[in-house]
Design a protein around this ligand. Structure first.
Ligand SMILES: Nc1ncnc2c1ncn2[C@@H]1O[C@H](COP(=O)(O)OP(=O)(O)OP(=O)(O)O)[C@@H](O)[C@H]1O
Ligand SMILES: [Mg+2]
Length: 304
């Protein structure tokens, strides 16, 4: 067990049984990623981290520090001019063997990206296809990755997925413009859940949403992770939010992870100067430290 639950009011049951094992699911080892432009951008520098099964790992840091680039590296989504210049990424498949992610190609790579590790992209709610219904977009994922699935099964799974993320399955035949921003984001999460991945990487999944909608979605993610057991890499520059929902938090600065600790430790005794600065920049986190945790425990609308 890496974290107590005192600062995590969004956790529905408050228990972390599935985090307790500390079994790794995804490991990055000395990963460096450059953008090969002139002059070259060293976006990620020698990053090592381990994501455990069922864990929520927060990734914090200011704009441009390399969060998205690292996420793409973990999910093998880097495209030129981005290049992984060194390091290893290993996926520890449930009940299976270790997978060398960097060496993957073809079908194995496609399967890795949706089946094993899925991603909710930054700005995803605006990337639903406007001319295709939600149903068709969900079917698309299922048809591509589960070619043997019958239409009836797809219909059932699509409805189940919307239900899982708190959207009325009656919305299956809606188009993006007919949905609110919150609903669109929930649909994107449903798509990422479609193949029951072991890891979900969520890049700023709620940043564009108003606080009430944001908290509703966060609560849903916490519930789903407890129910389905996937691990989450949750990227945002909203550190107070990460303190509430994460088991551990990695703080990134100019391409490097400068601190990685449990949410409680990071809050109570930040080691790195930049972490202290980051904590200090949120007025709600200054002053009586205990107050944050206590307030966090009892108030739903802390971000309001
Ligand atoms: N296609 C690209 N070509 C060149 N440089 C890039 C490219 N994409 C990103 N970068 C640079 O790489 C660095 C890391 O960018 P990245 O998008 O990973 O940061 P981020 O932490 O996700 O930022 P944000 O919080 O704004 O999303 C930045 O300096 C950025 O300017
Ligand atoms: Mg980003």
């Amino acid at each position: 067990m890496t974290a107590t639950t005192s600062a995590r009011p969004l956790t529905s049951s408050g228990h972390d049984a599935h985090v307790a094992g500390l079994e790794p699911v995804l490991t990055a080892s000395h990963v460096s990623i450059d953008y090969e432009v002139s002059p070259v951008v060293h976006a990620v520098k020698d990053v090592s981290l381990t994501l455990h099964r069922g864990e929520i790992l927060g990734l914090a840091g200011e704009s441009g520090c390399g969060k998205t680039t690292l996420a793409y590296g973990l999910n093998r989504l880097l495209k030129a001019p981005a290049l992984l210049t060194s390091g290893e990424v290993t996926f520890h498949d449930q009940g299976g063997s270790d997978i060398d992610v960097v060496a993957l190609g073809g079908d194995a790579l496609r399967s890795y990206r949706w089946d094993k590790v899925s991603m909710v992209f930054q700005g995803a709610m605006n990337s639903l296809n406007p001319v295709i219904s939600v149903r068709a977009q969900l079917y698309d994922v299922l048809t591509t990755h589960r070619p043997g699935m019958r239409k009836r099964e797809k219909a059932a799974r699509a409805a189940e997925l919307l239900d899982l993320v708190g959207v009325d399955p009656g919305r299956l035949d809606s188009y993006a413009h007919e949905l609110s921003g919150g609903m669109r984001q929930r649909v994107m999460i449903a798509m990422a859940l479609a193949l029951s991945p072991q890891v979900m990487i969520m890049d700023e999944p709620t940043t564009a949403l108003d606080v009430v909608v944001q908290r509703g979605i966060l609560r849903e993610i916490m519930r789903l992770r407890e129910r389905l057991g996937f691990a989450v890499v949750f990227i945002t520059h909203d550190l107070p939010l990460l303190l509430e929902i994460s088991d551990r938090i990695a703080v990134m600065l100019r391409g490097e992870i400068v601190e990685l600790d449990t949410a409680e430790n990071l809050y109570a005794s930040p080691q790195h100067e930049y972490t202290r600065k980051l904590l200090g920049s949120f007025p709600s986190l200054t002053g009586d430290r205990g107050a944050f945790v206590r307030t966090g425990e009892h108030q739903e609308g802390r971000h309001a």
